[in-house]
Design a protein around this ligand. Structure first.
Ligand code: ZN
Length: 596
């Protein structure tokens, strides 16, 4: 790359100009466009969420100018445009529709504006490594909106910055520009330091009496435990290579859950009912879920935002980017998220074991675990995990849940074989040293598939290549009962109830109950029932989503008895004779015994 070119920053601006119409105006000034005709594009997907999303589809209008002269701009394919050759600096202006209430897109109305850079910023081909400056402009009626982002502010003497954060921000290149989402509005905010570094939590959406202090206290403990885990000697936070602070930005709604990791921030969705409120000592049950999500996304600051699979170093955002290693990057992160609730003292050991038991049960109740390995599940994330249908439970396994159990099994194996001298912790730390710590400091190397077993051996002295072959690339069940026993934990299976079962999962459809999935080899499958069948009656007695529950009807029966099940399929009444199954042994109990 020509050094002269490299020194010219790309100038972006963003203005939320039509709040009720959910529209943003994005401009981009390219000082030295490609004289042969500049190509620009929008990412097809956002890192961390492995599905083609075609963000370009929200570009409603696009135009180009050089000086005062309009320049032709032509769409080349789904994501790219070419601007006609021009001699002087080029300015592109686009209107972008932003009404996606998720952590992956952009969302704007009269109350707030949230966006990911992947939804609003064009990539300038050939100038991806140029520094970027972003001017954030206020909405038409600036009201009292403030800006929240981990994107560093422009510190040049003449840079503009209002008190509430509208002004100029900087990013070292395009990859950084799209990795710091922005929230604007009037959210609830609490700040805290963790190991001396600034952290900010931002909650958008109404939560009357939200107990911010309690949340900050708990989250601080989790952050500090993770920082000390990766950097026990220096307690240096990972994000200082990219930002001055870490920002948790949470959108709260009636019923939402999800998160997306970034290098110095995370976007979260949470349910109002899961957050603690002032004056109530007992936090809601879902609060642990929220903290688990926070812990998960924060752990990603190390694992996947800096320790990356080779396929993501760098990200290639024009098409799917396949890796067989998401079981490490999502699975290990899922293992450590709850573990850090325990290690930070946010939950106690019995609660941790209960949570772990549920995780084990969720994998063991998926018949698909024998059809897909977690390596295959990682590779097929784009077409299968992110495109689940009614057959998912029978056909696929989650690289999150089973990946976390592979992490557990490897951890226990290493502990057993080294007489507790080593553990998976040593593996995470060597990954951090080799791949993560310097990723944004001039050494952007990713982890290859073949390199992982060797790294485990180096970190712990244990050869787990056979285990990885069987557990991550194979489809057999993990020997968790035996491995947990070596740590003095007894694993047993119990039925949650004594009712016989149809071996189905159901969903409500208005007042009706519909079969969501029929588990392969289960009672419903063997009888001929199918996903999408609308349940009508069992032995002539109405079943619905109201008072005539399936559970209440099945209570009168014994496993092995035959019943007639009436359903509507494609609006036609059908009757199937079904032999009731035993109640599934769906609950995995983990109890501590004395050490063996
Ligand atoms: Zn994750």
């Amino acid at each position: 790359m020509n050094r002269k070119l490299k020194s010219k920053p790309l100038l972006y601006s963003l203005e939320p100009f039509d709040l009720s119409g959910h529209r943003l105006r994005a401009t981009l000034r390219i000082t030295e466009p490609d004289p042969k005709g500049q190509i620009i594009s929008m990412p097809a997907w956002i890192p961390g969420s492995y599905l083609i999303r075609d963000f370009s589809r929200h570009v409603e209008h696009i135009s180009a100018k050089s000086g005062t002269q309009a320049i032709a701009i032509t769409k080349l394919d789904n994501h790219r445009w070419r601007v006609a050759p021009c001699q002087a600096a080029l300015t592109i202006t686009a209107v972008i529709y932003a009404w996606d209430l998720s952590v992956r897109g952009a969302h704007i109305d009269e109350t707030h504006c949230f966006f990911n850079g992947t939804s609003v910023f064009f990539q300038v081909h050939g100038q991806e490594d140029h520094p970027c400056r972003l001017s954030l402009l206020p909405p038409p009626n600036p009201a009292r909106w403030n800006v929240f982002t981990s994107l560093p502010q422009d510190t040049r003497a003449n840079a503009k910055m209002s008190r509430n954060g509208f002004g100029t921000y900087v990013a070292e290149n395009y990859d950084a520009l799209i990795d710091h989402p922005v929230e604007m509005g009037t959210p609830e905010v609490i700040k805290f330091d963790a190991c001396g570094a600034k952290h900010e939590m931002v909650f958008t959406g109404l939560v009357p009496n939200i107990d911010l202090k309690r949340i900050a206290q708990d989250v601080k403990k989790i952050c500090e435990a993770q920082i000390r885990f990766f950097e026990p000697e220096t307690t240096r936070v990972p994000f200082l290579d990219s930002a001055k602070k870490y920002v948790f930005m949470t959108m709260v709604t009636g019923d939402a859950y999800g998160g997306l990791e970034h290098r110095a921030s995370t976007a979260l969705m949470a349910s109002r009912k899961d957050l603690p409120t002032i004056g109530h000592d007992n936090a809601p049950e879902g609060y642990q879920t929220f903290l688990g999500l926070v812990s998960h996304e924060y752990f990603h600051t190390w694992n996947v935002k800096r320790i990356k699979p080779a396929a993501f170093a760098p990200y290639k955002l024009a098409a799917e980017s396949h890796t067989r290693l998401l079981w490490i990057f999502e699975g290990f992160t899922s293992y450590y998220d709850d573990l850090f609730l325990l290690r930070s003292g946010v939950i106690d050991r019995p609660t941790y074991l209960k949570t772990l038991g549920k995780q084990i049960a969720s994998v063991m109740n998926m018949p698909g675990r024998h059809k897909q390995s977690v390596a295959e599940s990682s590779f097929d994330a784009w077409t299968r995990y992110y495109k689940q249908d009614e057959n998912a439970a029978n056909a696929i396994i989650s690289y999150y849940t089973k990946g976390s159990l592979v992490a557990l099994a490897l951890d226990l194996t290493i502990r057993l074989q080294t007489e507790q001298q080593h553990s998976l912790d040593d593996v995470m730390r060597i990954l951090w040293e080799r791949f993560g710590r310097d990723f944004y400091q001039g050494n952007p190397i990713g982890l290859s598939e073949k390199g992982f077993p060797q790294l485990v051996r180096e970190a712990t002295g244990v050869d787990v290549s056979d285990e990885i072959h069987r557990w991550a690339y194979g489809r057999e069940d993990l020997p968790l009962k035996q491995l947990l026993a070596t740590q003095g934990i007894n694993m047993t299976w119990q039925s949650g109830n004594t009712r016989p079962s149809l071996d189905i999962r159901t969903r409500k459809q208005g007042e009706h109950l519909v079969i969501a999935s029929a588990l392969e080899g289960g009672a419903a499958h063997l009888a001929g029932l199918s996903a999408h069948d609308l349940l009508v009656a069992i032995d002539g007695v109405r079943v619905d989503a109201g008072t005539n529950t399936l559970e209440s009807i099945l209570t009168s029966y014994q496993p092995g008895q035959k019943v007639n099940v009436h359903v509507f399929r494609r609006d036609e009444l059908r009757c199937f004779e079904l032999t009731l199954a035993s109640p599934p042994k769906a609950d995995c109990l983990l109890q501590e015994t004395s050490k063996p």
